[in-house]
Ligand binder design. Structure first.
Ligand code: OAD
Length: 261
C-alpha cells in the first residue's frame, strides 16, 4: 500500500516536527493489536508463516458455529493459548505504554488483544474490544462464570455452565460474527474523536470495527503515528510511520515524550 506518512527507521534522530507534535499532545489514544505481544512470544493472527490463522481455520476455532460443532477442540485451543500466555510476560512495549499514563493529561488505551498483558504491565482502564481470554462466560446466557468455580472445573473439556442447563463454559472473547460490547466500543470512539494523537501499534487494521477507530481519530484532526515493522491497511492514514517492532519504538517514543512534557 502506498503511504504519504513520513517513515522513520531508527529512533536516534527525531524530526523536530514530530517532537513538536509530542510536545503539544494532551490526550493520547492508543490502539494495539497482536503485534504488540509478538515479542512476548504470542503469535500474531495474520503472519503468513507463524500467524494463528496461517495454521488454523478461524471459523472452526473462533466462531459460535465452530464451538457448537466441536466445543472440545475449540476449548483445547483456548486452553493452549491460555497456557502460552501464562508462560510468557509483557514486554518493553507494554511497559512503555504503562509508563505513558503518568506523562500525559489523558490516555486511552484500546486493545484488540485478549491476553491481558497491558494490565499485567501496569496499564489501568484498558478498553478490551475483543474481550479477555482469562475470563469465561456461559455459552447460552453470556453470564460471567466465577473464576474460582472455573478453577475447580478446569480441564480438557468445556465444563457445563453453572448458569444454564444447556450451556457450556466458553472464553469471554469476541468470535467472528459476534458483536463487540457496545459501551467499550463507544468509549473507544469517544476517545478517537477527542484525542490529539493516536498511536497505532501492531495491528494489520483488517478487522472491523476496530480498524475504523483510527479513521475517526483522523477525521477529528488527530495526528496518527503507526508503529509496525510492515505496512498495514492503516498505513495510508498515518502521518508518521515508525518502522520496526514495538519494543524498539514504544520505549523510545515514551522517553521522548517524557523529555518534552
Ligand atoms: P494481525 O495478526 O492481523 O496483525 C498483526 C500486525 O502486527 C501486523 O501488521 C504485523 O506486521 C504487526 N507486527 C508483527 N510483529 C510486530 C512487532 N514486533 N511490533 C509491532 N507490530 C508487529 O493482528 P491484529 O491486527 O491484532 O480478533 O488482528 C485483529 C484481530 O483479528 C484480532 O484481535 C483477532 C483476529 O482475528 C478476534 O479474535 C476477534
Amino acid at each position: 500500500m502506498s503511504t504519504r506518512a513520513a517513515t522513520l527507521a531508527e529512533p536516534s534522530e527525531w524530526p523536530a516536527s514530530l517532537v513538536e507534535e509530542l510536545n503539544r499532545c494532551r490526550h493520547v489514544a492508543v490502539l494495539t493489536g497482536a503485534g504488540v505481544s509478538a515479542e512476548s512470544g504470542i503469535p500474531t493472527f495474520r503472519d503468513a508463516h507463524t500467524g494463528m490463522w496461517a495454521r488454523h481455520d478461524p471459523m472452526t476455532l473462533a466462531s459460535p458455529q465452530g464451538f457448537e460443532q466441536d466445543p472440545e477442540t475449540v476449548w483445547q485451543w483456548y486452553q493452549w493459548r491460555r497456557q502460552l500466555i501464562a508462560n510468557n510476560h509483557p514486554n518493553a512495549g507494554h511497559q512503555a505504554l504503562a509508563r505513558l499514563q503518568g506523562l500525559v493529561s489523558e490516555l486511552t488505551l484500546v486493545t484488540q488483544n485478549v491476553d491481558g498483558f497491558h494490565q499485567l504491565a501496569g496499564s489501568e482502564r484498558v478498553l478490551e474490544l475483543h474481550g479477555n481470554i482469562h475470563r469465561n462466560i456461559c455459552s447460552v446466557t453470556g453470564e460471567l462464570i466465577d473464576a474460582e468455580w472455573m478453577q475447580q472445573h478446569d480441564g480438557q473439556r468445556p465444563p457445563p455452565s453453572p448458569h444454564h442447563p444447556r450451556g457450556l463454559a466458553r472464553p469471554d472473547v469476541v468470535w467472528f460474527g459476534e458483536a463487540l460490547d457496545s459501551s467499550i466500543l463507544e468509549a473507544a470512539f469517544t476517545a478517537a474523536s477527542q484525542c490529539d494523537l493516536m498511536l497505532i501499534v501492531g495491528t494489520a487494521g483488517s478487522v472491523q470495527p476496530a480498524a475504523s477507530i483510527p479513521v475517526m481519530a483522523k477525521d477529528h484532526g488527530a495526528v496518527l503515528v503507526e508503529i509496525n515493522p510492515e505496512n498495514s491497511e492503516l498505513t495510508a492514514l498515518a502521518d508518521w510511520r515508525l518502522a520496526g517492532p514495538g519494543t524498539k519504538w514504544l520505549p523510545a517514543l515514551v522517553d521522548k515524550l517524557a523529555a518534552t512534557h
